[in-house]
Ligand binder design. Structure first.
Ligand SMILES: [Cu+2]
Length: 179
């Protein structure tokens, strides 16, 4: 399977994502999501980028109050307020159960909880293991993908959603670098 990956990725990159040549000749893939709250107000930005050392999620967001929040990549690129159920379930191409502490887990879209301090700011740089961004096997497949932040912390084991409660922030990933 691994041997076929470069062959699959080339057409996927060309059609769905931005190619960013760097000084070293390295080519990276970048997708970005503008995050919004249920009332439509701005809540931050998430970026997934392929670099030489792997695929990384970068997040800069603003929580409603100080606290710890569950966060996932959801299977559908649609964020319809106020409940964001349009984003579908967690992205789960391997048909597993939810949570890294679940023996039947985890979903490919599972992410670590994020914490906001008194300033309500959330920042995260997280390496996504074995991650395909675009194309039929990627997060940005035909129906796209979204980042969702929930009202409560994820317990990392309760299927299917980690008991993390309502969806309070949502953003659809789109091709390209946002400056
Ligand atoms: Cu979620």
């Amino acid at each position: 399977m691994r041997a076929f990956l470069p062959v699959l990725l080339i057409p996927a990159l060309a059609s769905c994502a931005t190619l960013v040549p760097t000084r070293s000749g390295e080519v990276s893939e970048v997708v970005t999501a503008d995050l919004a709250r249920a009332d439509g107000s701005w809540a931050g930005v998430a970026t997934i980028s392929r670099r030489r050392d792997g695929v990384f999620l970068s997040l800069s967001a603003e929580a409603p109050v100080e606290g710890t929040y569950g966060m996932h990549l959801h299977a559908v690129g649609k964020c319809q307020a106020p409940d964001f159920t349009s984003a579908g379930p967690h992205w789960n191409p391997d048909m597993k159960q939810h949570g890294r502490d679940n023996p039947m887990g985890a979903h490919h879209g599972d992410l670590p909880n994020v914490t906001a301090g008194a300033d309500r700011k959330i920042t995260l740089e997280y390496k996504l293991p074995d991650f395909v961004i675009s194309g039929p096997t990627g997060l940005l497949d035909a129906d796209g993908g979204a980042l969702v932040i929930h009202e409560k912390a994820d317990d990392y084991k309760t299927d299917p959603s980690g008991n993390s409660g309502k969806r309070i922030i949502c953003g659809v990933f789109k091709s390209g670098n946002r400056s």
